[in-house]
Design a protein around this ligand. Sequence first.
Ligand SMILES: CC(C)(COP(=O)(O)OP(=O)(O)OC[C@H]1O[C@@H](n2cnc3c(N)ncnc32)[C@H](O)[C@@H]1OP(=O)(O)O)[C@@H](O)C(=O)NCCC(=O)NCCS
Length: 251
Amino acid sequence: MVPLPDHILVRPLSTADLDKILSLEARALPRAECAGRERLAYRLHAAPELSAGMFVRMPAEQHNSGSCGGGTNVDVHACPPSREKLIAYIIGTKTMGVKITDSSLQVPTPVEVLADGAAPEEVDEEDKKPTETDSSSTEDSSTGSESLVDSGGHGAPPVGHVEYGNTIAIDAFTVDPDYRGSKIGTTVLRDYIQRMSTQAVASYVAILAHENMVRFFENLGFYDGGRSDVKFGGGGWHNLYLALADDDEDR
Ligand SMILES: CC(C)(COP(=O)(O)OP(=O)(O)OC[C@H]1O[C@@H](n2cnc3c(N)ncnc32)[C@H](O)[C@@H]1OP(=O)(O)O)[C@@H](O)C(=O)NCCC(=O)NCCS
C-alpha cells in the first residue's frame, strides 16, 4: 500500500479528466466491469455535478518547472491538472426508482436524449418515496422480459441519465488498488453523500455491488435491496440504496 501524501484534493470531475479515469479504471477493475470511454464521457457530460475525484499531487521533487517546482513549499493551487494523480472516483447519474437497471447504465441515442429532454411529468412528494414499483425491478416476472412500464410512467425504461430522476445512481466507485485499505473509499463516499444531501439534488443514492462488498455499504448506511437483475459486467450484483438526509427536516 502506498502511503497517502500530504496534498489531497477532492473535486467534481469533467470530461477533461477522462483519460485519467480510463487509466485508473483499466488498472482497478476486471475488464467486463469497465464502463469504457463512451459511457464515462456521456455520464461526465450529462451530470458532472454528480461526480467526485480524489487526486494526489505529484511529489515536489518530480516538479521541475513553474510555481510547482522544487522545494517543499509546493503551492498546490498553482499545480496544473497534469500534476494531479487520480486515486479514487465516483461517477453518478440520476435515475427513476431506487434500483439501477441495465437501461439506466446505457448511453441514450440522440433520439432518446431528445425524448428525455421533453418536459417531465410533475413528480409529487408522494412519488418520491420508494414504492413497490421503485424497489421491484422493471422486469416482468411472468415473462422474464423487461416491462414497458417504468417507475417514472414514461413508457419504456429510461435510458441513461434522467435529469428529473429522484435517485443518484452511482455508476462507478473505484479506488486505486495501490491505495486501498486506507479508508479512502469510505472517506470519498461519505463526503459524496454529505455533499449530495446538502445540495438536495435527489432523495436517494443507489449503487450495485457484489456480495462481498455489501457489508462495506451497509456500514455506510445503505440498505441491501437484494439481488439485482442487471447483467452488466456479468451480473451477480446486489441493489444497495440509501435515503439522503432531508436538510429541511433538521430546521
Ligand atoms: C470498494 C473500494 C472502493 C473500497 O475502497 P477502500 O479505500 O479500499 O475502502 P476502505 O479502506 O474505506 O475500506 C473500508 C472497509 O471495507 C472493507 N473492504 C474494502 N474493500 C473490500 C473488498 N473488496 N472486499 C471485502 N471488504 C472490503 C475493508 O476491509 C474495510 O473494512 P474495515 O473497516 O473492517 O477495515 C475498493 O475496494 C474498490 O475500488 N474496489 C473495486 C470496485 C468496487 O468494488 N466498487 C464498489 C462497488 S461498484
